[in-house]
Write a protein that binds this ligand. Structure first.
Ligand SMILES: C[S@@+](CC[C@H](N)C(=O)[O-])C[C@H]1O[C@@H](n2cnc3c(N)ncnc32)[C@H](O)[C@@H]1O
Length: 546
């Protein structure tokens, strides 16, 4: 059945979408309902309707889910950070394990998935060692800080996030009163004026060292010494820095950092290994679960001190050093030069002599090194960003034929795509373990073990090429239907998948290499007209894709 705007539907919520919205069906018509949780029976008003699906506003919870809980944070509904706080933690874990399994089945084409039990937390709050608070103004002109409401840039005022450390509030109180005293204006995204954009706080859970870094739209901050004096009164402060970002974009951190006081980094430990972490370094945000995640990767790598291992996308060498405890040699590759500097320092700090690090793209460094040395690897570990591995890299792994591949992933959709490729080229899926690194949010991390085996055609249902798929929907940003809907609503124009993919390419957003390209050189494709291009670009901006 088809529903239209303003229709009222009754439905049972059975799933959860990427923004944590409840998903249910009314007579085969799928409805996304914000603030409804799995297991609720709700009455919803259709606010937007498409052919087979629509977006509903929660009117009434007719029967609350037995898994509904009172959120710990008073702002959980408005804030975009925690999408699942109203769902019991047990059910959250079930949902996440199901999400990984579902992606492996639907995208990867796998059956009989060797899933291990998801590794959850005992206390799923106050686990984040890093927080980035935007600074802005309230309607009545006060300086405020907090978090962005879901998919917007309006700040929900909150200095005491339930996922962060208790020191966050004290830091923010001091920064805001400093701004008030010195008449420092927060940055305004619309005008590009104002000074303070964000406050970044990093905390070492096992060392109790804290770094405060103000991201500013300028070179200097009025009263820098007074701010340092105030922040030093918090006993855990070991580092106060500014980061300069004068660009008018959505990227939080700029490239330049300046030390105001203390050390340019904090130190923290995972297991037996110490790491130095600077403002720009990638470091897993949940230190408790990171030890378990890396422990699982190490278990799957099954090292006996004789192996040569590559750790691709190695960041500051976190997994590399974990592996180096039990390997003959570990080689790490990372695109950010500063992270590789950190990785080398971290190796030295911990006394490792069996590591080597390379700056560059994994998909370039690995084939180059393999061509140069011809040395095979016993184990290859990959931990790519959400977009997953480049196909050139996967092809090189296949060529190198390591005994085991350990894949650590923060996006199970691109993970499933890459596993499908590796298994279609001779690897076997041996173990899958989801790890809950981000309780109360929809994200889930996964560790996978693949080992060399024969091609098993029964396990793979469809032939495919990465180039023919557009996986960018699974990354940050919006889906094709969401973009179409935004464009229609704001301009009245209808745009096709073809036009969206053309503009994605122009903007440098990853689209499968052949996705929506003409099948032969002579075939003609319509080109996106300028007014539609403008509208699509606006939608990309709205969804934070450019
Ligand atoms: C999910 S993080 C993993 C970092 C590290 N393994 C850890 O656990 O801390 C992904 C890393 O890949 C890096 N990266 C992104 N694209 C890359 C590429 N093409 N080649 C190498 N590194 C890349 C990012 O800078 C980031 O440090």
């Amino acid at each position: 059945m088809e529903y239209r705007k303003n229709d009222i539907v009754t439905l049972k919520i059975e799933d959860c979408g990427i923004d944590g919205e409840g998903i249910g069906k009314a007579d085969g018509f799928t409805v996304f309902v914000k603030d409804a949780v799995i297991g609720d029976t709700v009455r919803a008003k259709i606010m937007k309707a498409k052919k087979n699906y629509g977006y509903g506003r929660l009117e009434e919870i007719l029967t609350p889910s037995p898994n509904r809980v009172e959120p710990e944070c008073a702002f959980a509904r408005q804030c975009g950070g925690c999408q699942l706080q109203a769902l019991s933690y047990e059910k959250q874990l079930e949902f996440k394990a199901g999400k990984v399994k579902g992606h492996l089945e639907r995208i990867g084409g796998f059956t009989d998935i060797p899933m291990e039990e998801i590794l959850g937390m005992e206390q799923p709050f106050h686990y984040r060692n890093k927080a980035q608070f935007p600074v802005g103004k309230s309607k009545d002109g006060r300086i405020i800080t907090g978090f962005y409401a879901g998919r917007t840039h309006s700040i929900i005022e909150n200095r005491d996030c339930a996922l962060g450390v208790s020191q966050n509030k004290e830091v923010l109180d001091r920064v805001i009163s400093h701004m008030e005293k010195y008449h420092i204006q927060p940055y305004d995204e619309n005008t590009g004026k104002g000074l303070v954009r964000h406050v970044l706080i990093r905390y070492g859970f096992f060392t109790d060292e804290m770094m405060v870094c103000l991201i500013i739209n300028g070179e200097e901050l009025p009263g820098e010494d007074a701010l340092v004096k105030s922040l030093r009164e918090i006993p855990e402060t070991v580092s106060v820095m500014v980061n300069v970002n004068k660009k008018r974009n959505n990227v939080i951190l700029g490239e330049t950092v300046r030390l105001l006081w203390g050390k340019p980094y904090i130190t923290d430990k995972i297991g037996e290994i110490s790491y130095q972490i600077s403002p720009l370094s990638f470091f897993q945000v949940n230190p408790y679960q990171t030890g378990r995640l890396y422990g699982k990767a190490l278990e799957y790598a099954d090292l006996t001190s004789n192996e040569t291992v590559w750790d691709l996308y190695c960041g500051i060498g976190t997994i590399s050093l974990f592996l180096a405890q039990k390997a003959k040699m570990v080689r790490g590759v990372e695109i950010i030069p500063a992270a590789i500097e950190n990785a080398k320092e971290n190796a030295k700090l911990n006394g490792f002599t069996n590591t080597e690090f390379f700056v560059g793209k994994a998909e370039e460094v690995l084939p180059e090194q393999y061509a140069r040395t011809g040395e095979r690897a016993d184990v290859i570990v990959v931990d790519p960003p959400r977009k997953g591995c480049d196909e050139t890299l996967l092809a090189t792994i296949i060529e190198m034929q390591p005994d085991r591949v350990v894949y650590v992933s923060c996006d199970s959709a691109t993970l499933a795509r890459d596993l499908k490729y590796l298994c279609a080229h001779g690897y076997q899926l041996k173990k899958v373990c989801p790890v809950d690194m981000f309780p109360n949010t929809v994200s889930v991390e996964t560790v996978v073990l693949l080992s060399k085996g024969k091609v098993d055609s029964k396990k793979i249902r469809v032939e495919f090429s990465l180039e023919d798929m557009d996986m960018s929907e699974f990354q940050d940003g919006a889906t094709y239907p969401q973009i179409k809907e935004y464009v229609l609503e704001h301009t009245g124009l209808k745009v096709s998948n073809l036009y969206i993919s053309q503009i994605k390419r122009k903007c440098g957003i990853g689209v499968g290499k052949n996705y929506n390209l003409p099948k032969s050189e002579d075939s003609r494709q319509p080109q996106c007209p300028p007014e539609k291009e403008k509208a699509i670009r606006e939608a990309f901006k709205y969804f934070g894709m450019i």
